[in-house]
Design a binder for this molecule. Structure first.
Ligand code: SF4
Length: 82
């Protein structure tokens, strides 16, 4: 018997999917999903600094559609906290 493993999505793909699921309304007429995520007003959300941006906005900010991880996340070395 062989087992197949479902490949894990990348962190970027998971964040993109979460934000899209959270805010995107294709019938709202407010633009593509990245444009709607870009307009997210929830600055207190832990994913806010990492939310995907539209290509146009990402180029403007020089961030290529992403922001660097907040210090609280970037400071970890991957080991679970006590
Ligand atoms: S950043 Fe905005 S769109 Fe993304 S998960 Fe948080 S509240 Fe939802």
């Amino acid at each position: 018997m062989t087992t197949t493993r479902t490949p894990r999505p990348s962190m970027r793909a998971a964040i993109n999917a979460k934000c899209k699921d959270c805010i995107h309304d294709p019938k709202a007429g407010l633009g593509a999903w990245r444009e709607q995520v870009e307009q997210c007003p929830c600055t207190g959300c832990p994913l806010y600094p990492l939310r995907p941006l539209s290509r146009k906005e990402g180029r403007k900010s020089g961030q290529e559609g992403t922001f660097p991880a907040p210090a609280s996340l970037a400071a970890t070395d991957g080991t679970p906290s006590p």
